[in-house]
Design a protein around this ligand. Structure first.
Ligand code: DCP
Length: 130
């Protein structure tokens, strides 16, 4: 059985992408990711995406287009990513070390986790609009 992690490519009105720096585990700490997390048993992907963004960032998001399909992670996990907009709140690093809004020019200025890098490349084509 595939296990699913969901991620949000959160864009703001200026076409910037929200990047989040992981605090743990030690082997991933310091790397940058699209916020998200594991889908709980019985939970649908969309509900998990909204829940994770609220837990990790303190914001309510609305999800738009999916970016690609099942992106491989280690083990049995796959990562599914949606473009998203914040509809309530200001993002805060509740579980991450730091957050950054990246402009198109800054997109690769952070050390993306290996799993997230190809996804960010795919998001690049969507920065103009959700
Ligand atoms: N992951 C990733 N890129 C992302 C999101 C997650 O590579 N954009 C990876 C890192 C972890 C795994 O997916 O190995 C699970 O992610 P989280 O730790 O963020 O998920 P949870 O918050 O649900 O984890 P837990 O409940 O286990 O603490």
């Amino acid at each position: 059985m595939k296990k699913v992690v969901v991620g949000a490519a959160i864009l703001d009105g200026d076409g910037r992408l929200l990047a989040a720096q992981r605090a743990e585990p030690p082997e991933l700490a310091g790397g940058w990711e699209l916020p998200g997390g594991k889908v709980d048993p019985g939970e649908d992907d969309h509900t998990a995406l909204v829940r994770e963004c609220l837990e990790e960032l303190g914001v309510v998001v609305a999800a738009g287009t999916q970016v690609g399909g099942d992106w491989p992670l280690t083990g049995d996990y796959v990562l599914r990513v949606w473009l998203a907009r914040i509809i309530e709140g200001e993002p805060e690093a509740k579980e991450h070390l730091e957050l950054r809004w990246l402009t198109a020019d800054e997109l690769f200025d952070v050390a993306w986790l290996p799993a997230d890098l190809p996804i960010v490349r795919a998001v690049q084509g969507h920065l103009g609009g959700i």
